[in-house]
Ligand binder design. Structure first.
Ligand code: NAP
Length: 308
């Protein structure tokens, strides 16, 4: 049996499945991680769980594969892995529906003031308010998607069902049904809603800056379901405070799980604790996909979902 180092948190069902196929080395549970590594480093064939940098790779002379739990792999130093001929895998596709579903849920919650109305009814204020305040709606609104990839397409499909008019921005024109913008600020000034679903990392760091947020404008809404690093969070908070942006729905944050007090106290936001893929079915499937990648790699030399 091959030996897998568990470097960070993984769901219990993923660990149980992995345990049926591999010897697990639970560094995540070790009090003295350095001592644990010093003892076991040469035995380790693969790693899974948590953030993996070059420093850890260098301590594992026989490491061949890093199997990431998640489609986003900005927690792994992929360049360092490549330089050391270590394969990295991720878990694409199986989480598309769950993430897209939460995106639409957040959009509807923000547009139709669901959390605010819920609080009003719950706190007994309905009799004094009498009628629910009027709100915007998704139907007929323009949606711009930053990153029309696997999840972006699943979001577009659901937004189509809500009668939204869809555009997208990315590095390539996909020549599909939707309108392509090669300039993010231009797209932001064209749309009412900007949904961010591109990868994190250096290339997209603060791509959504003050100019993009200003272009979206006081009637515009920003939804980030991708990575906190993609948005200039200080600029976002300033725009929300000053009424330069209509509202925001956020599943991800710059320094999560810590969310700035100002952001938490704003009235025009809906906040979610990085829950995009957090359904029982999806997380179970992602765990199985991690294990399938390890099995395929050790059996055939070819993982199912290599990060290229
Ligand atoms: P994907 O299929 O690779 O799609 C990524 C999209 O982003 C592509 O359309 C790509 O288009 C675009 N893109 C990549 N780099 C870009 C850049 N530098 N500038 C502009 N656009 C860029 O990925 P996916 O499976 O849809 O996942 C997207 C991301 O969602 C993940 O990386 C992860 O961070 C995030 N995510 C979040 C949650 C959550 O719980 N909130 C869950 C799952 C995933 P071009 O190549 O044409 O630029």
């Amino acid at each position: 049996m091959k030996n897998i180092l568990i470097a960070g948190g993984l769901p219990q069902d993923c660990l149980q499945l992995m345990d049926q196929h591999f010897n697990l080395f639970r560094m995540d549970q070790a009090d003295d991680k350095d001592a644990f590594l010093a003892k076991h480093a040469t035995e380790i064939d693969g790693v899974s769980g948590g953030a993996i940098g070059a420093e850890l790779m260098d301590k594992l002379p026989n490491l061949k594969i890093i199997a990431n739990f998640g489609v986003g792999y900005d927690n792994i130093d992929v360049a360092a892995a490549k330089a050391r001929n270590i394969i990295v895998t991720n878990t694409p596709n199986r989480l598309n529906a769950a993430v897209a579903e939460l995106t639409l849920g957040l959009m509807i919650a923000l547009a139709r003031r669901i959390p605010k109305n819920h609080e009003m009814v719950r706190n007994g204020h309905w009799p004094s308010v009498k009628r629910a305040p009027l709100t915007g709606q998704l139907a007929g609104a323009k949606l711009g998607i930053l990153g029309l990839g696997r999840i972006g397409k699943a979001i577009a499909k659901r937004a189509e069902a809500c009668d939204m008019d869809i555009s997208y921005f990315g590095r390539t024109d996909q020549h599909n049904l939707y309108r392509y913008f090669d300039d993010l600020t231009q797209m932001a000034s064209h749309v009412n809603w900007l949904v961010i679903i591109a990868p994190g990392g250096a290339e997209t760091d603060k791509l959504v800056n003050a100019d993009v947020i200003d272009a979206l404008g006081p009637e515009g809404f920003l939804v980030n379901i991708a990575r906190g690093s993609i948005v200039d969070e200080a600029a976002l908070i300033a725009a929300l405070e000053q009424g330069k942006l209509g509202g925001a729905a956020l599943d991800v944050f710059e320094n999560e799980p810590h969310v700035p007090d100002t952001l938490r106290n704003l009235p025009n936001v809906v906040l979610s604790p990085h829950a995009g893929s957090a359904t029982h079915v999806t997380r179970q499937q992602m765990g199985a996909q991690v294990v399938d990648n390890l099995i395929a790699y050790f059996d055939t030399g070819q993982p199912l979902d290599p990060v290229t």
